[in-house]
Ligand binder design. Structure first.
Ligand SMILES: Cc1cc2nc3c(=O)[nH]c(=O)nc-3n(C[C@H](O)[C@H](O)[C@H](O)COP(=O)(O)OP(=O)(O)OC[C@H]3O[C@@H](n4cnc5c(N)ncnc54)[C@H](O)[C@@H]3O)c2cc1C
Length: 451
């Protein structure tokens, strides 16, 4: 019988068998997702550690769940029974920043904010900005193709990934992509690995593209009497401007953030839109956006060119989920619809809240059509747990019926798996299964997730 002790002798000093530690690395931040009991945790520090762990696992037919910081919101990093949790968090070195070539290379466990700070030290900018950037790893961001606020103008994580080093299930090291600005040699394996949620390979090194720092942004905040009016306004804004970010927070979320931060947000608002323009004509574009919000029914708009004030408002948005988590147990959804359908989506979410009797705080990257309706419930009440599940499903159902996707940026993981068959056709799923088999014939990498 395969034991954790066998693995420990193959990887001296890297393997943890303590049940308390194992419990801590068996779940991510998703609610209501099941988790198994792992055999062992491997704390990799080098690519060779990852190779050894995967060779051992494939020789013994043991499943492996790659893990970054465990901030995922879909259950993707949740352990599986009898498997190995392979943590990349200790691979945390920034290997190179190349200012002339405008790239940076980092080990997978580097925190995204640290990578961005290293780039900023050379006057450059790593654009993707998930709200979790201070606590999530670049490897996890690649594996989930994480989004963020600036993605509206500058793209999601995958748009900034130039090259990867990854280890296949059998321990083979592969290098995909290149540092060049353009590269069409062969199939685009980099894009295939981005967003594959640890099911195709374990990413050990990431080379990202950097940009020049953007010009100082002009920030607009607009308050609306209700969510419906705000959603209509955001469609109007995207018709007249190309903001770098365009975020929505409903009244429930604003009040939760205000309770947490005491930063002086208007707690009586029905909904807020927060946007930034950073082009050469940022101030003029911001004024155009503010005017569009007023025409669409904003009760109040304000704009500022002050970097600190703008950053403070963005920080308020980043606190949306932590603030809602203080209201009860939360089940955060992640759906994306075509932008013109956002008003219909927020109406559908409000109907779900009315139907289930639960509070749902809605916020998100509305300019992308990507919302995070967050169901708040009492986990000690079986009736509320059941209602939360129904609310979650009702939101996903609404997004699909509006031509949207079951996940915009958090990934399928475990939570959205039942929905994947609804979104993808039979032929597409079969093709995905054949691709998975080509990378991981024994099906050992993150089994039961994502695909
Ligand atoms: C407060 C908060 C705010 C958030 N805001 C955002 C946001 O704005 N945008 C967004 O997209 N997400 C957001 N998230 C979700 C989460 O932070 C992202 O999904 C992030 O990319 C996960 O990174 P991680 O290092 O924590 O990965 P984990 O949670 O550890 O893993 C996530 C998935 O990636 C796989 N994986 C991790 N590392 C590797 C690797 N090196 N190789 C192969 N597979 C790997 C895992 O198996 C799992 O399937 C937020 C989460 C929180 C808690």
């Amino acid at each position: 019988m395969t034991t954790g002790a066998d693995l420990a002798s193959a990887l001296p000093g890297r393997v943890v068998l303590d049940p308390d530690v194992l419990a801590g690395v068996s779940v991510d931040r998703a609610g209501l997702a099941s988790a198994g009991r792992p055999l062992a945790l491997v704390r990799a520090r080098t690519t060779e550690d990852v190779v050894t762990a995967l060779r051992w696992a494939s020789a013994h037919g043991v499943p492996v769940v790659p893990r970054g910081a465990g901030t995922g919101l879909a259950g993707g990093a949740n352990a599986v029974d009898g498997g190995v949790v392979l943590s990349l968090a200790g691979m945390d070195r920034i290997l190179q920043v190349d200012p002339a070539g405008r790239t940076a290379t980092a080990q997978a466990g580097v925190l995204t904010a640290d990578l961005a700070a290293a780039a900023a030290g050379h006057g450059l900018w790593y654009a993707p900005d998930p709200a979790s950037r201070a606590i999530s790893t670049i490897g996890g961001n690649v594996a989930t193709n994480a989004g963020g606020s600036c993605c509206l103008k500058y793209g999601v994580t995958g748009d900034s990934v130039a090259a990867l080093t990854a280890v296949l299930a059998d321990g083979t090291v592969v290098r995909t992509g290149s540092r060049t600005r353009k590269d069409v040699a062969g199939l685009d394996l980099t894009s295939l690995l981005v967003g594959s949620e640890g099911t195709l390979a374990v990413v050990v090194e990431v080379t990202v593209r950097l940009r020049r720092q953007p010009r100082p942004a002009a920030t607009v905040v607009a308050s609306f009497p209700d969510l419906d009016t705000a959603a209509a306004a955001l469609v109007a804004v995207t018709a007249v401007a190309d903001p770098a970010l365009l975020e929505l927070m409903d009244g429930t979320t604003v009040r939760a953030v205000e309770d947490l931060t005491r930063m002086g947000l208007d707690a009586s608002t029905g909904a807020l839109l927060l946007l930034q323009c950073d082009g050469a004509d940022a101030a003029e574009e911001a004024a155009r956006c503010a005017a569009a919000c007023e025409r669409a029914g904003a009760s109040y708009t304000a704009h500022t060119d002050d970097r600190e004030q703008g950053e403070a408002l963005l920080e308020a948005r980043r606190q949306a989920y932590p603030a809602l988590e203080r209201l009860g147990t939360t089940l955060l959804d992640d759906v994306c619809v075509p932008v013109p359908q956002v008003p219909a989506l927020v109406r559908a979410v409000e109907a779900v809240a009315a139907r289930t009797g639960l509070t749902i705080g809605t916020f998100g990257h509305a300019g992308d059509g990507n919302l995070h309706p967050t169901v708040v419930y009492d986990a000690t009440s079986p009736a509320q747990v059941d209602a939360a599940g129904r609310a979650f499903d009702g939101i996903v159902e609404a997004a699909l019926s509006l031509g949207g996707t079951v996940t915009g940026e958090h990934g399928v993981g475990l939570l959205k798996q039942p929905w994947l068959a609804r979104q993808l056709g039979t032929a597409e799923r079969a093709l995905q299964a054949r691709i998975k088999a080509a990378f991981d014939p024994q099906g050992l990498l993150n089994p039961g997730k994502a695909l």
